[in-house]
Write a protein that binds this ligand. Structure first.
Ligand SMILES: [Cu+2]
Length: 157
């Protein structure tokens, strides 16, 4: 009886260890081969004075160089500023975003841009928009009664 319990215990530990190895390989594969990474923590900022601190005092889309753009974005209940972003197809776009009040999310549909915007933190993520089209941009962290209207779009021309 004792032997049997030990054998199952050992098998169960083996399953646990095997799953750990599989998950670590999946993590390595997605981050190295597929380029899926956590958005970077690009810095800290005083959430009360976001609108006075560059570059967030002037949100918008800027061209950094040929085919390279930066979107400086301020989220607040319940809007993104800017809420419409236009870039040419093939552009590499770096999103720099923060929030002035509560936690918001920034998800650009159909892309790998999916960040949390946390008061006091600057979030950064870069994505290449190869195909022309429109991407819905939504807040995916419940942020109050206007959460469902907090949206915008990225237009790839
Ligand atoms: Cu929200």
């Amino acid at each position: 009886m004792t032997m049997r319990i030990e054998r199952y215990e050992k098998a169960f530990l083996g399953v646990g260890a095997g799953m750990l190895v599989i998950f670590l390989l999946a993590l390595g594969f997605t981050s190295i081969s597929m380029g899926i990474n956590l958005p970077g923590r690009a810095g800290e900022i005083d959430p009360a004075s976001v609108r006075a601190i560059p570059p967030f005092n002037n949100p918008g889309v800027r061209e950094l160089g040929p085919g390279r753009y930066e979107v400086v974005m301020v989220a607040s209940a319940w809007a993104f500023q800017p809420n419409e972003i236009r870039v040419p197809a093939g552009s590499e776009v770096t999103f720099m975003a923060t929030t002035t009040d509560v936690i918001h999310g920034l998800h650009v549909d159909g892309t790998l841009v999916n960040m949390m915007l946390i008061p006091g933190q600057v979030s950064r993520n870069t994505y290449r928009f190869d195909e022309p089209g429109e991407h819905l941009m939504v807040c995916h962290e419940f942020c109050g009664v206007g959460h469902h209207i907090m949206s915008g779009k990225v237009v790839v021309e």
